[in-house]
Each structure stands twice: as structure tokens, then as C-alpha cells.
Design a protein around this ligand. Sequence first.
Ligand SMILES: Nc1ncnc2c1ncn2[C@@H]1O[C@H](COP(=O)(O)OP(=O)(O)O)[C@@H](O)[C@H]1O
Ligand SMILES: [Mg+2]
Length: 227
Amino acid sequence: MEILKIKNLSKIYGKGETAVKALDDVSFSVEKGEFVAIIGPSGSGKSTLLHLLGGVDKPTSGKVYVSDTDIYNLNETNLAIFRRRQIGLIYQFYNLIPVLSVEENITLPLLLDGHKVDEQHFENIIKILGLEKRLKHLPNQLSGGQQQRVSIGRALINNPAIILADEPTGNLDSKNSIEIIDLLKMFNKTYKQTLIVITHDERIALQADRIIVIEDGKISKDEVTVK
Ligand SMILES: Nc1ncnc2c1ncn2[C@@H]1O[C@H](COP(=O)(O)OP(=O)(O)O)[C@@H](O)[C@H]1O
Ligand SMILES: [Mg+2]
């Protein structure tokens, strides 16, 4: 089943002389449960693409369909709801809220959505992430690897259909990088959550089902990995 379809997607930042074409007529589809790695040089448009897939930014032209919904055709309110319920975003520098505890950071998307915390699901996630003893800590009291686990918890608390990660291990040492990717892969396999990861790390890219290479705002290669 196709969960994501991108058609003729372009993004131009700025206007006139200073305009930058960050994405240039990109089209592809992703199957439900697929693990896709996106690689390419710095400045090639990877983060722009990921933001457009997640409903975070608006394309200059083209369409993004998630399970047949044309997401940029939704009004602001419905797009925000779509983002909270369908998309889990993970960033290189975690983007946690410094004054909120681990528990509060993770459950924030639920509270924003007016939902009660499903204790069973919460405890399950906390256990998988190994954060049981850190729930009352603030982000600056945690290691980088722990902070990234919290951001994964926050991304997954709503059971999103799609996990989008922008260089999630870019700030971590190799031991923590392996652990974070193993966690993401585990959620991908166990819960059939579609996983799209931007990475500079070839070892991570080779673990994906498929590698998309972006160069100069275009897809220059799109290949299934040989296992
Ligand atoms: N908010 C922005 N305003 C203007 N230009 C931007 C903005 N974000 C990204 N760009 C430009 O768009 C291009 C693609 O950027 P980005 O998607 O961040 O690339 P990558 O993630 O592959 O490094 C770059 O030339 C970058 O400078
Ligand atoms: Mg980037």
C-alpha cells in the first residue's frame, strides 16, 4: 500500500535575484512500512524535502499525498492536526523544550491534541527507550543519546504513520548512533511505521530498504538496497 506520494514537488526560497530553487520537480512514492534513507551533499534539498513531507512548510508547486489526502489542500487547523497525528519528526539537535521534564516533553503532543495519556502505551515506549529512571529530569540533565531518545518518544507517542528523521545521529557518537538507529528500525518493523531518515552515514543508509540520493534539488538515484 502506498502511504506517501509526492508529485512534481518544487520549493523556491526567496524572490528575484536571491531566489534559491531548493527542490526541483521531485516525484516519488513510498510504501507503508518502508525504511527509506535520503542521502546527498549538504545544501542539496534534503531537509526541505523532509519538511514538505511532514507538512511543516509549503511547497512552491506540486503535491504531497499522505494516504490519499492532499495535505497542502487542508486548512491550517486540519494540517496541524494531520501533523500531530500522522507524522513523527526527529531532528539532529532534539528540539526538546528545556523547561519541561522528560515525561512532559514526551506527552506534549497528546496534551496539545486534547487527548489523555494512554498509560500503557506511555510505559511501553518509556521502557523501550530506557527512560524509566529519567522521567522527572530536564533535557539539560541528560546525555545527547538520552535526549534523542526523548525526542523519539515525543515523535512516537501519537503512534504516527510516518517517522521523519533529519540526521538523527548527526550529533551522537557511534555507540549512541547505532542504538538510536536500532530503536527506529525496531519501531519501523514492529509497528509498520514508515521510516524516512536523512543521513550522512553510509552504514545507516545501507540498513534501509531503499536509498534516495538528492543532488541539486533533484533525485539523482533511487535504488533498493541489496541485503
Ligand atoms: N529558509 C530558507 N531560506 C532560504 N534558503 C533556504 C532556506 N532553507 C534552505 N535554504 C536553501 O535551500 C537549499 C537546500 O537546503 P536544505 O534543504 O537545508 O539542504 P540539505 O538539508 O540537503 O543540506 C540550500 O541552498 C539552502 O541554503
Ligand atoms: Mg539538512
